[in-house]
Design a protein around this ligand. Sequence first.
Ligand code: SF4
Length: 345
Amino acid sequence: MSDFATRLIRWQRQHGRHGLPWQGADAYCVWLSEIMLQQTQVATVIPYYRRFVTSFPDLAALAAASEDEVLAHWSGLGYYSRARNLHVAAQLIMQRHDGAFPHHYDDILALPGIGRSTAAAISALVFHERRAILDGNVKRILARYCAIEGYTGEKKIEAQLWQQAEALLPVRDVATYTQGLMDLGALLCTRSKPQCALCPLQKDCAAYQSGRVAQLPTPRPRKVLPEKHSTFLLLLNGSDILLEKRPGSGIWGGLWCPPQVEGEENIATYCMQRFGVDATQAVALPEFTHTFTHFKLHIAPLLVPVTHKPGQTQEPGRVWLDMEDALRAAIPSPVRKLIEKIIRV
Ligand code: SF4
């Protein structure tokens, strides 16, 4: 066994995390936690995880739920394709594997929303299979430990990191080792201010030994994000708000949002033609910006009080909801913040 693995495993046993709610749980819970933890910190995930497993305690319950229910439990966590894939995968497991979470790596990898690293994490943590993981934390650790230069999202650099991840794998205790990598990335080898003085790998960490910890991993090349503009039409009838279900794919896929008008379209004409509503007395709320991975969205909220609920809005994919109920529905966080703001006024 490499020194790297021996020291990491020993450190995990003494100093790693042992009380996370999904540790020691079944494959379903570990899978759910791995999906939630993609792009999201443990502290943020824990309350979502607890709510999710309370409502959907097993695969059968998740498979039987509606997409709306699943998305409502994901509301605020972002990257909603994760929730849609989780839901579809649960239904596939019910059909293809008789409701039992698959044990084989290839079967796990074949499920929607599961990539190489996530499949390996589930295989290693639950089934003690010897598989290498390479999530964001592990990329950072290995880029530093092996002093690998270059942006870790680049194919060539990623291939080098996978090679290292495979080479360092221990022959036994793979679950503790895998948890150790995750814990080291979260607790010591952090993005900023890593605590090298406490690190079990310090002795042969190339970045530490050559004083390059602050330079590695090489940051993502800067690129200017494209900007888009959208007006959110907040049609309000008393305390009820009009929401529309977004298409299944794309940003906020399947979530409920106020009607949106992009670009230069004339708002008053749009409101009249689409809803038969006079928007000349509408009140503009302060604009704000929501940043996605690939673009920035400048949102201009427009409060449009209406004295009746326009007849043609009672169609599938549209709903009038009391704002308190809307907060419990599958809505993205900027919409949540807007509704909370309106309720407080
Ligand atoms: S010594 Fe520092 S940079 Fe190297 S692995 Fe440990 S925490 Fe990370």
